[in-house]
Design a protein around this ligand. Sequence first.
Ligand SMILES: NC(=O)c1ccc[n+]([C@@H]2O[C@H](COP(=O)([O-])OP(=O)(O)OC[C@H]3O[C@@H](n4cnc5c(N)ncnc54)[C@H](OP(=O)(O)O)[C@@H]3O)[C@@H](O)[C@H]2O)c1
Length: 293
Amino acid sequence: MKVGFIGLGNMGSEMALNLLHAGHEVTAYNRTASKVQALVALGAHAAAQAADACRGDVVITMLADDAAVEGVVFGEKGIIAGLGKGTIHISMSTISVALSEHLAAAHAKAGQRYVSAPVFGRPEAAAEAKLFIASAGQTDALDACMPLFEAMGQKTFRIGNNAPTANLVKLSGNFLIASVIESLGEALALVSKAGVDRHQYIDLLTSSLFASPVYKTYGGLLADGKFTPAGFGAPLGLKDVRLTLTAAETLRVPMPLASLLRDRLLALIATGGEQLDWAALGSLAAKDAGVGG
Ligand SMILES: NC(=O)c1ccc[n+]([C@@H]2O[C@H](COP(=O)([O-])OP(=O)(O)OC[C@H]3O[C@@H](n4cnc5c(N)ncnc54)[C@H](OP(=O)(O)O)[C@@H]3O)[C@@H](O)[C@H]2O)c1
């Protein structure tokens, strides 16, 4: 397929590469133009504006946050202006439910199709085409996107016809991951202060009742105390918890744990964690306990 790809950050650069590897024709745009060069060397075309990445069958966005997506979609040389009728915008960034609703309405008004497909998995999973994709949108549009999802992920879930539902599901998942990071950090602070080896402890957990990817990934990062380079930056984590709380407020759903996580992430960022991976959230408990983070 002819695919436009907008947003070559930690995730997007790997995802676009996998589309190329799968034989799709990729035209890439990134705000910082130099990041397109690595892909061009491997056969992609460079787009000077977002609209120039909209000439194919589909355009994918994988951008930091709502502001970035809004700018690229609604800007003067943006996606709404550049995309042909019936052409699909696949929004894969983790954005708010409200923006996703706005995008669905704006694309419908412009005669374009919109699919929401945020992902689970860090940059390493993106590089190995092992993302889990939570997709939602009209059936014909989802069907058309499947070859692209197969090139980027290990499994695609189809959540329904209402695209913003996928964004809500994604946000709920990141709320759960943040909860694991915080609780694992507290448990690690407890046992390591008593002298238990951190790696041995994580090995015990992840070889028994907690044998899941989230405990393995974040347990490993916490035991190593390795928070740079940031595969998923702390500010992006704060953004996701904030968006979860906003969606929860709209739906009138109290989420006390999410409120706590928001403050913990804010504390991390306020005390020097701006550039760290959000896994560093789990090191706060050790600091509070006066043990090595
Ligand atoms: N990293 C993960 O583990 C992970 C996992 C699942 C989902 N996600 C989600 O996937 C999305 C991308 O994450 P990432 O880790 O790839 O982020 P990232 O490395 O920080 O990359 C962000 C991308 O957005 C662009 N961008 C930021 N602000 C912009 C603006 N105002 N206008 C235009 N472009 C802008 C950046 O362009 P420049 O290069 O010019 O800065 C870059 O291409 C986020 O929504 C994140 O929450 C991330």
